[in-house]
Design a protein around this ligand. Structure first.
Ligand code: FB9
Length: 292
């Protein structure tokens, strides 16, 4: 019977059917957070709980100087050519660089110093001036460490999580861009033991408590280690990141005291998200929906 005013007045007399508590509710057409951003929040919480401060990563465009030269990455390194890096047409060159620091970087590339032999090649300023889309957030780390060297030294823990761009062939699991997660600790007398310890703490908070290391090479860290974590569910070892100690050829030209060490590590946001959300194809997560 329809619910009219008089019906409502004597509702006790009405015969109402049993309430079905198992009935599905109306489908909510509310939105939902993107998995990548949920995992980004998870990482941010872990870093903040471990006392890290976030670095300002709001510049996709960077100079080759901060992205490569400041990291002691030689100008003829394959990662620096246009097959791997997106260089900008306009503005093609950076506006200004700290000249005195640039001079020290030129020196350390050409003839070393601080106990290093350098690369013994003619370093070119035009190369360092080229603007690009940053290939890693380590470009932000170099800016932050240079800023730290300007003032009286205080130990710092920094992290960054943001988009980076690589001019690579795209496929099911690789896009021309991804989100890099990077952590670094800057303090006097840090050792590989500190690096291993902080990696164990970081990854155990991600549910990866069994990790192991393998020596590897990065142009800007020595020694460097690839990190693998044991996936209990799949019963297999997974590559979960890369790490190392920034080289003196990177830190000394900045003007950091010579007993200051910087331990750092990096991973992506997409890989853990794909694992945590059981996504097979990265395009379900991020990037162009076109089927290649
Ligand atoms: C060009 O692509 C590089 C990217 C990306 C990467 C690699 C290295 C760095 C770095 C660094 C670095 C080193 C020294 C000093 C500072 C930064 C950053 C990102 C991931 C790094 N990788 C990666 O993320 N794997 C990963 C990470 C976490 C994870 O979480 C599980 C839920 C717990 C699962 C997997 C390893 C591989 O996926 C690798 O094939 C792809 N790598």
């Amino acid at each position: 019977s329809d619910l009219t005013r008089e019906n409502l007045e004597n509702w006790e007399e009405l015969e109402l059917k049993e309430y079905n508590f198992n009935a599905k509710g109306q489908p909510l057409d509310a939105g939902h957070l993107h998995p990548l951003l949920k995992v980004r929040k998870q990482f941010k919480d872990i870093f903040c709980q471990m006392g890290f401060e976030e670095m300002p990563t709001n510049n996709f465009v960077e100079s080759s100087f901060w992205n490569f030269d400041a990291l002691f990455q030689p100008q003829q390194h394959p990662a620096r050519d246009s097959h791997d890096t997106f260089f900008l047409k306009a503005p093609s060159t950076t506006r200004e660089l700290p000249e005195d620091y640039v001079e020290r970087v030129k020196q350390v590339h050409e003839s070393g110093g601080y106990g290093s032999r350098g690369y013994n090649y003619e370093w070119k300023r035009e190369e360092a001036n080229k603007n690009l889309l940053r290939t890693h957030t380590t470009a932000v780390s170099s800016r932050m460490l240079y800023a730290l060297a300007k003032g009286p030294f205080t130990p710092k823990k920094y992290f960054s999580i943001d988009r980076v761009f690589r001019n690579e062939a795209v496929d099911r699991t690789h896009l021309a861009e991804f989100h890099q997660v990077e952590g670094l600790i800057c303090d006097r007398g840090l050792t590989m033991g500190d690096l291993i310890g902080v990696l164990q703490e970081f990854f155990s908070r991600l549910g990866m408590s069994k990790i192991r290391f393998k020596p590897t090479y990065n142009p800007y860290t020595e020694p460097s280690m690839e990190i693998s974590g044991y996936d209990e569910a799949k019963e297999e070892w997974l590559e979960i990141g890369n790490s190392g100690i920034f080289r003196p050829e990177m830190l000394q030209p900045m003007g950091l005291p010579d007993d200051v060490r910087v331990i750092a590590w990096g991973l992506s946001l997409e890989r853990p998200t794909m694992i945590l959300y059981k996504t097979e194809n990265i395009r379900e997560l991020f990037g162009h929906k076109v089927q290649l």
